[in-house]
Design a protein around this ligand. Structure first.
Ligand code: PLP
Length: 449
């Protein structure tokens, strides 16, 4: 492949493709990687350079690119049924996926509503909660609560329960804001305080809100265990148990947004399992299709489903998306669940995470590293940088230095995180840790003031 052709490819992309979450002008200086193919944890560009996908392509990929078993399942499905509408019709992949997810929740969340992306799942959960109360004659319960620094997607409804200024501020006049409760982020611990102490304090803020607005509140939405998009803020599982108890006490639905943390990311299949609780509504997306196809699912309890079950059409949940329950996406999800079932993935992940943890541990003594932390297969640390300008450009410079070291990593601000696919060998895990450290040192060495 000649270099000129690749440059032409990039130029064509920058003209015709409006890239997501990107100030397009930054690409005048920042590289755009023309991905040609993927295999396992590696992405290859048009010139044959390879990059280890250290962030699972925005947290979606679980078992590698072009996974032979998911590919085979999809090829068979493609020759059987590519799509059929899910209103008035049904098909085996949707039924089987709904049943298997219900079983994974001990049949507590026995009803699966399908959509295509995470933000849509959040919109659905919010609408379902409000509409449940309305059908029960409590239409005044129409407010929502979210946790400080939460991220639940970027459609206008989802932004209402998102608390990340960068994504939200420009659209402020369009948004119906949720109540924001205190952060349970374990990094807020004062000297001598534990993560559980921070959680307890944060729960006081929830109780105060519920005491004041419980009659008007439909639901509280939370990212269990890790608030990913804000920069991998982690909290103690007791926070979730506390939320469950308060939601029960004040008749407020608990919505668990497991879009990023579900599917084994935090060590258990669902993050909520670590707190021994189930929410009223649970949102899944990202990893559920193995990173292959857009798919999201909202799981709900009988009590919510039953509130809609009636002869009256308007008491039904009339929400729909054209590609609801797409059979190819459901098949990819079933193949993903097959891998979990046959390969002892959660136990193997625990072993691999211990390997990566040991390899990263020396970073704790690095003069610029703060709060090295882990939850399941997810690792993060904050980088202390004195100069504001250097801090502002850190993420882009780190990205660039990582690419030079065959590594795809995109820090969030000055927080570096690793969220690799579950299939790295021990050698690859050691390599990932070593290259991460090299990248950090190279980025710190070229600080521009
Ligand atoms: C990514 C994400 C979403 C939004 O999902 P999209 O598919 O990007 O719309 C919502 N909530 C959480 C916790 C996420 O990480």
């Amino acid at each position: 492949m000649d270099t000129l052709a690749t440059e032409d490819w990039v130029a064509r992309s920058l003209r015709a493709v409006w890239h997501p979450c990107t100030q397009m002008k930054h690409h005048e200086r920042m590289p755009l990687i023309p991905i040609a193919r993927g295999a396992g944890p590696w992405l290859y560009d048009r010139d044959g350079r390879r990059f280890l996908d250290g962030i699972s392509s925005w947290w979606v990929n679980l078992f590698g690119h072009a996974n032979p078993r998911i590919n085979a399942a999809l090829k068979t499905q493609l020759d059987t049924l590519e799509h059929a509408m899910l209103a008035g019709c049904t098909h085996e992949p949707a039924i089987e996926l709904a049943e298997r997810l219900a079983a994974l929740t001990d049949h507590t969340l026995g009803h699966a509503f399908f959509a295509s992306d995470g933000a849509s799942a959040v919109e659905i959960a919010l609408k379902m909660s409000f509409h449940t109360w309305r059908n029960r004659g409590r239409a005044e319960k129409r407010e929502f609560a979210c946790v400080a620094n939460s991220y639940h997607g970027e459609t206008i409804g989802a932004l209402g329960v998102t608390d990340v200024a960068l994504f939200k501020d420009a659209y402020d006049p369009l948004i119906r804001h949720a109540h924001v409760v205190a952060s349970p982020d374990a990094r807020l611990a004062a000297p001598g305080e534990s993560a559980a102490d921070v959680a307890r304090r944060a729960l006081d803020s929830v109780r105060a809100l519920f005491a004041a607005r419980g009659e008007q509140l439909a639901a509280l939405i939370v990212e269990p265990l890790v608030q990913c998009a804000t920069g991998m803020a982690m909290h103690d599982p007791s926070y979730l148990a506390g939320l469950r108890a308060l939601c029960d006490e004040y008749d407020v639905h608990l919505i668990a947004d497991e879009i990023a943390v579900g599917c084994g990311r935090t060590g258990t299949f669902f993050a909520c399992e670590q707190a021994g609780i189930w929410p009223d509504l649970l949102c899944l997306s990202k990893g559920i299709s193995g990173g292959y196809l857009p798919l999201s699912i909202v799981l709900s309890r009988d009590a919510i489903f039953d509130a809609f079950y009636d002869d009256d059409t308007t008491r039904g949940f009339l929400h729909s998306h054209s590609y609801t329950g797409n059979p190819l996406a459901c098949r990819a999800a079933l193949a993903t669940l097959d891998l979990f079932a046959s390969d002892n993935v959660l136990a193997e992940n625990a072993r691999k995470s211990a390997v990566l943890r040991a390899a990263l541990e020396p970073l704790r003594a690095h003069p610029h590293v703060r709060h090295l932390r882990q939850c399941g297969t997810l690792f993060a640390f904050d980088v202390a940088i004195d100069h504001a300008q250097a801090a502002r450009t850190f993420s882009r410079r780190f990205f660039d230095h990582a690419l030079q070291r065959e590594l795809l990593l995109r820090p969030i601000g000055t927080t570096v995180y690793l969220m690799p696919p579950y299939i790295l060998s021990d050698d690859e895990l050691a390599w990932l840790a070593a290259r991460t450290r090299d990248t950090l040192d190279a980025t710190l060495a070229d600080e521009v003031h």
